[in-house]
Design a protein around this ligand. Structure first.
Ligand code: ADP
Ligand code: MG
Length: 611
């Protein structure tokens, strides 16, 4: 009998775990940077050559290692960061697996140089393919420098998977950026072939760090957020305006307890926060830090620790999505939606972003210098657009149910001096755009997009409070359907009622439409109903998830709203703008198209060569 099973040699084990931990040069840099951060460094320098394939060098001014530790660090499962299994759920460091250094050393030519502050000299150890070749005392500055040459030199199969130098370089820059964003206080520099491609000095604030890493021009589109939930959950950071989007999720930077993660729950939650605000296939820019009790999250689910597992996924999901959504609701960036040319040289403080003192107060209708009959018309159209009566002095708040809206927002919206209502209307262009002035700026409003958002938010509000308001038709409209539609209609009679449609079977393949959504009473009810029924047919009747409800309401809003190419009187325009102030998410139509664009005076002057 022959023995077939054997324990693998250490070097082979390390190569195997390198397969998980070290995918490409960028993953080496991630591990080395995290080690430097764990070592308390506040200055870290990364140098690379040939996309990191020929050389990676990470030097830090952290705590360094003693001679013994330096050798131990290269052994598998050797770590200074945890002791017991309890420590695994109370992690305060990036590392804990004790795998990175031996794995990297197994597939490269690695030199580790390190000196502790209190030692006169440091140690330099050279390892080739996992075997220590040389070790000697050396005069070094405090901290650690790890040099990784010829990555995968002894595993040619893996080397073949590496991409072109510049692709690998951009992966590296991405990793450095992600860590740099989470550590504003650490000076980080990335050099490619001797040229600095990213430099972030020590910063006091996250926004200064964002400016350094992602570009200053981005700041104008960002809004600071800070939320606290139950169970010690907090979320802070910056979220981008729905206008500032990317074609991939690459600019959604999310961190859990300071660790960059690519978690589907978090990502979904953020996108859920942006629901109905983004164009299809577009993703927001966010830099968000979730802090959570380490006991409620398991980091040890993936060797690269890019994924985590939350003990209560839906708790985290709902907290993040509500936090994002409630920050987007009041559309803080409206007043600072200015092109980059306007940007002051210094980093604008976020305080000024949310500063509303500059907004002119909207005049009360009663106080407008208008003839009485004009005033009445405005009042009238205000009421028409609102779909219900209200006094201009106490505008109703079309708000999400109270649990969704935080009090400060409710306050915002009930202020008469809303942003849109305060604009000075100059006229209408192409029967589609309202031209306004805001201070020195020219503001264009897409009337269709504006109206769609208003209709959608109102329908949604009515839907939330039980059912969409219905208006009975004087003369029921009888219409015929084919057998498939008939089936779907019959199945969804109750659902349709909730959406404001009252229909009754009228014999054979006919139905009678008796009532329509009050807000949409002027549209072709039968055509709308057919569309809604078709959409409903795609969902199981009882489980209309919010997403499907939204799609239906968008469809309805789309049918009912002011089309492009409709002449509006001045009072109608004013009414539309004031109404816009009353709804949530007013900057974009529910398809994600912008409602407003701003042209600053300086830009216009430039057009006319006046600068
Ligand atoms: P882990 O980070 O999971 O502990 P590593 O293999 O990455 O495992 O590192 C092993 C050990 O080496 C660390 O626990 C730490 O004590 C030490 N070490 C690694 N890099 C540094 C560094 N830059 N500065 C100081 N100590 C370091
Ligand atoms: Mg480590």
């Amino acid at each position: 009998m022959t023995q077939k099973i054997r324990i693998l040699p250490e070097v082979l084990c390390n190569q195997i775990s390198a397969g998980e931990v070290v995918e490409r040069p960028a993953s080496v840099i991630k591990e080395l940077l995290e080690n430097s951060l764990d070592a308390g460094a506040d200055e870290i320098r990364v140098e690379i050559e040939k996309g990191g394939k020929r050389l990676i060098r990470v030097s830090d001014n952290g705590c360094g290692m003693s001679q013994d530790d330096a050798f131990l660090a290269l052994e598998r499962h050797a770590t200074s960061k945890i002791n017991t299994s309890e420590d695994l759920f109370a992690l305060h460091s990036f590392g804990f697996r004790g795998e990175a250094l031996p794995s990297i050393a197994a597939v490269s030519r690695l030199t580790l140089q390190t000196r502790e502050e209190e030692q006169v000299e440091g140690w330099s150890i050279y390892v080739e393919g996992g075997t220590v070749r040389r070790a000697e005392a050396a005069g070094l500055s405090r901290g650690t420098c790890i040099e990784v040459r010829d990555l995968f030199f002894n595993t040619p199969a893996r080397r073949k998977f590496l991409r072109r130098d510049d692709t690998e370089t951009s992966h590296i820059a991405d990793v450095v950026s992600k860590l740099a964003l989470a550590h504003p206080g650490v000076h980080m520099r990335l050099q490619n072939q001797g040229r600095t491609i990213l430099e972030a000095y020590r910063h006091d604030t996250l926004e200064a760090r964002i400016a350094a890493v992602l570009g200053r021009s981005l700041l104008k589109d960002l809004q600071a957020i800070s939320h606290e939930g139950g169970d010690g959950l907090t979320l802070h950071g910056f979220i981008g305006s729905p206008d500032c989007t990317r074609s991939t999720t690459g600019h959604m930077y999310s961190y859990v307890n300071g660790r960059y993660i690519r978690d589907r729950v978090i990502q979904h939650a953020i996108l859920d926060g942006y629901r109905n605000l983004l164009l299809k296939g577009r993703y927001p820019v966010v830099v968000l830090f979730l802090e959570i009790d380490p006991a409620l999250v398991d980091v040890n689910v993936h060797p690269t620790k890019h994924e985590v597992r939350f003990r209560d996924q839906s708790l985290v999901h709902d907290f993040v999505s509500q936090a994002v959504r409630s920050s987007l609701r009041p559309a803080e960036w409206l007043q600072v939606d200015r092109p980059a040319a306007e940007e002051p040289a210094s980093i604008p403080s976020i305080v000024s972003v949310t500063d509303k003192t500059a907004t002119p107060q909207v005049p009360d209708v009663q106080e407008l210098p208008l003839a009485t009959h004009h005033r009445e018309r405005i009042q009238e159209s205000l009421e028409t657009y609102a779909g219900r009566s209200f006094q201009s002095t106490s505008l109703p708040v079309y708000h999400a149910s109270p649990d969704r809206a935080c009090p400060s927002e409710a306050q915002n919206s009930s202020e008469p001096g809303g942003f849109f209502g305060s604009l000075q209307i100059l006229g209408q262009y192409h029967n589609s755009y309202i031209i306004c002035q805001d201070g020195d700026d020219l503001v264009l409003i897409d009337q269709h997009a504006a109206h769609e958002r208003i209709g959608f938010e109102k329908l949604k509000e009515q839907w939330r409070s039980g059912a969409v308001e219905r208006q009975q038709l004087l003369f029921p409209a009888v219409f015929e359907v084919d057998f498939r539609e008939k089936d779907s209609l019959q199945q969804h009679l109750q659902d349709l009622l909730k959406f404001g449609f009252e229909i009754e079977p009228f014999g054979g393949n006919s139905f009678a439409l008796q009532g329509v959504p009050a807000l949409l009473k002027d549209v072709d009810g039968v055509e709308l109903l057919r569309d809604v029924a078709a959409e409903l047919g795609q969902h199981s009747a009882s489980h209309l998830i919010e997403d499907a409800v939204d799609r239906l309401l968008i469809l309805m809003a789309c049918h009912g709203m002011v089309r492009a190419n409709q002449a509006l009187t001045r009072p109608e325009m004013l009414a539309l703008l004031r109404e816009l102030d009353l709804v949530d998410f007013k900057t974009h139509c529910p398809h994600g198209r912008p409602v407003m664009k701003r042209l600053v005076l300086a830009e216009i002057e430039k057009m006319f060569k006046r600068t």
